[in-house]
Design a protein around this ligand. Sequence first.
Ligand SMILES: CC(C)(COP(=O)(O)OP(=O)(O)OC[C@H]1O[C@@H](n2cnc3c(N)ncnc32)[C@H](O)[C@@H]1OP(=O)(O)O)[C@@H](O)C(=O)NCCC(=O)NCCS
Length: 185
Amino acid sequence: MSFTLRTMRATDLEQVRAIAIASPESPQWQPSDYAAYLSPENSTYNPALLRTALVAVAPNPNTRTPEEKILAFAAATLLLDGAQNLCQLDSIAVRPETRRQGLGAALLHTVLHWAAQNSARHFSLEVRAGNAPAIRLYQRLGLRPEGRRPSYYTHPEEDALILGTPVTAGTPRTQIGTVFHHENH
Ligand SMILES: CC(C)(COP(=O)(O)OP(=O)(O)OC[C@H]1O[C@@H](n2cnc3c(N)ncnc32)[C@H](O)[C@@H]1OP(=O)(O)O)[C@@H](O)C(=O)NCCC(=O)NCCS
């Protein structure tokens, strides 16, 4: 399958929220929670806090209907404190029917690229200790265990694992606008 990554727009939110609802392992945000990621100009209020949100879009062979199908999304925050410059992955989810086709990895690579471009020195995230698919994905991209928050999650109660990696010149990178072609297994 092929897909392209671009920044998230307000018009994507209905599909993005549907993907989140179909992915109970991901945070269940209200529409207002997404707003901060859609307006980069918000960062002028606090230039040390940057946010990004990306979507993966399916190719649209029908040029007469401009509506795009959103396949997956990711959102991240970067705190430029001059020390660690920590980038955190706040959410990632892929449509259940298009999982295991490289979308999650492509989104993460691109978030890491954005983080590196914006002077991040470290990247980390929290994940349910029992979320094996996500943990596999993160480990495959080089993230390593950095801690554990007991009973961090509710409904159901579960520990959070903290996984992270330094952001270096060698961090795998892809850019917005790249067209991905994934060979199905
Ligand atoms: C976790 C998630 C984002 C992964 O997205 P994805 O597009 O399916 O992942 P990819 O296809 O890019 O997978 C890349 C690699 O991750 C690992 N992986 C991904 N899903 C896996 C699974 N179900 N079982 C085992 N390994 C898996 C594999 O190593 C895979 O490479 P491979 O397919 O060549 O073996 C997706 O399963 C999802 O949306 N889950 C629900 C929401 C969620 O858990 N978000 C994370 C909250 S912290």
